[in-house]
Design a protein around this ligand. Structure first.
Ligand SMILES: *Cc1c(COP(=O)(O)O)cnc(C)c1O
Length: 432
């Protein structure tokens, strides 16, 4: 295969980056460790495209890992930011902007009466757990193997081989004590709970082990199990929130959690997160209640301006349009790969698209791992990058087509994917 062949500029910038930034990246998912080669260093983006330091253009399917739904540098976001800019960047006092974003979120998400704004998805989930523990007076947290909830210690617990695992740190530097109350269970199976469980936290559509939709009855089963045992149900909608529709996964699957976590889309590409739920539950938060949570930059005026512009732009018509486009794109992509003999599954939920280069049925982390290990993602990734299509440099990520990816752009991706797959098959890709 021809490989990514990054230009001189990319190699030079990445060498400089590695001298002053560990691994050359500020988030490990950006490294090319899993796919090989040198990352492209981005200087700008417009709509569905990004350009690297060598002036090469890519169709960008990464879209800041889902922080963008309108594409890069969208006029409504840039307009909102310019309008906000002249008035200062952070105050440490209440601002109208944070009220307006909180109103925009709570108006759209039924049952989510209040939100507190934070600066990342990690903070949102970490804080939601604290609320759940403070509210219930219980310590134990149930999470699902393969779901990602940010890098807070208590949630960096990994499960093994589809068996419920208690307290195995998923990272060096996380003490066993920090995950001693974290129980990891397989996705898509309603776990047995008991009265020690403060909350069950779940990605209602799993989008960090490729794309794994919830099995019928899974989310409603979680709701029932939580109710039976007095545990709170926490939906981590950092990816699904305001992407699957204005009401996110809760509305789509008609299951109402006790707490929501948001991030990504609600900041329009600026740092933000939020957690929320019924006022009665959030009453435990300081200053009214005993659960402490805080943030110097929380509710930042620039982030809230950008986020609000995005939510206002994403009407139900816009969501319908995006979903319709992706409804054409996903089967076309799968068809183009299979047509040249590359096994592929391209699941879609609303505008979220997964890509497994294997014929394995994926329902949880164990089967996702099987699919990834059987596949040839690194070769396909390289062949796509060489053709000017940027996928995420890891097989467990999803594709984020957004409003800027019109039919013509998505058709181009399908066509280039067919060429890339042909090259990968010719080089001897696995056929199952
Ligand atoms: C990205 C993500 C997070 C963490 O958000 P950050 O802003 O990266 O801290 C949490 N949960 C899910 C489901 C995510 O995809």
């Amino acid at each position: 295969m021809t490989g990514a062949a990054p230009g001189e500029g990319n190699a030079a910038w990445f060498a400089r980056a590695r001298r002053v930034i560990p691994g050359g990246v500020d988030s490990p998912v950006r490294a090319f460790t899993a796919v090989g080669g040198t990352p492209y260093t981005v200087v700008r983006g417009v709509g569905p495209y990004v350009w690297d330091v060598d002036g090469r253009r890519y169709i960008d399917m990464v879209q800041s890992y889902g922080a963008l739904i309108l594409g890069h540098a969208h006029p409504v976001v840039e307009g909102a930011l310019s309008a906000a800019l002249g008035a200062g960047t952070s105050f440490g006092a209440p601002t109208p902007g944070e009220v307006l974003l909180a109103e925009a979120i709570t108006e759209r998400v039924v049952g989510c009466d209040q939100v507190r704004l934070v600066s990342s998805g990690t903070e949102a989930v970490m804080s939601a757990l604290r609320v759940a523990r403070g509210y219930t007076g219980r310590d134990r947290v149930v999470k699902f193997d393969g779901c990602y909830h940010g890098h807070a210690d208590a949630l960096l617990a990994g499960g093994g081989s589809g068996v419920a695992t208690l307290g195995l740190p998923g990272s060096a530097g996380v003490p066993t004590s920090a995950v001693a109350d974290t129980v990891v269970v397989p996705y898509n199976v309603v776990p047995e709970l008991d009265d020690s469980v403060a909350c069950v936290v779940v990605e209602p559509v799993a989008a960090n082990m490729g794309l794994v939709p919830p099995a019928p009855g899974f989310l409603s089963g979680l709701r029932r199990a939580c109710d039976e045992h007095g545990a709170l149900l926490v939906f981590d909608e950092v990816i699904t929130g305001f992407r699957l529709g204005p009401g996110g996964a809760a509305a789509r699957y008609e299951v109402t959690p006790d707490l929501w976590c948001f991030g990504k889309v609600i900041g329009g590409g600026l740092p933000v997160g939020a957690f929320g739920g019924p006022a009665e539950v959030l009453a435990v938060l300081a200053p009214a209640g005993p659960v402490y949570q805080a943030g110097t930059l929380s509710g930042n005026p620039l982030s809230t301006a950008a986020g609000r512009a995005v939510l206002e732009h994403m009407t139900t018509d816009a969501y319908d349009e995006l979903e319709a486009r992706v409804g054409r794109f996903a089967p076309a992509l799968e068809g183009a790969l299979r047509a040249v003999g590359l096994p592929a599954r391209v699941p879609a939920v609303g505008p979220l698209v997964g890509l497994f280069l294997s014929d394995t049925d994926v329902v949880d982390h164990a089967s996702a791992r099987l699919a990834v290990e059987a596949g040839c993602y690194p070769a396909f990734f390289g062949a796509m990058l060489a053709r000017g299509v940027a996928l995420a440099p890891g097989a467990y990520e999803v594709l984020f087509p957004g409003m800027a990816h019109d039919d013509a752009v998505l058709e181009a991706v399908v066509e280039l994917a067919g060429e890339a797959a042909t090259e990968v098959v010719a080089a001897g890709a696995p056929t199952r």
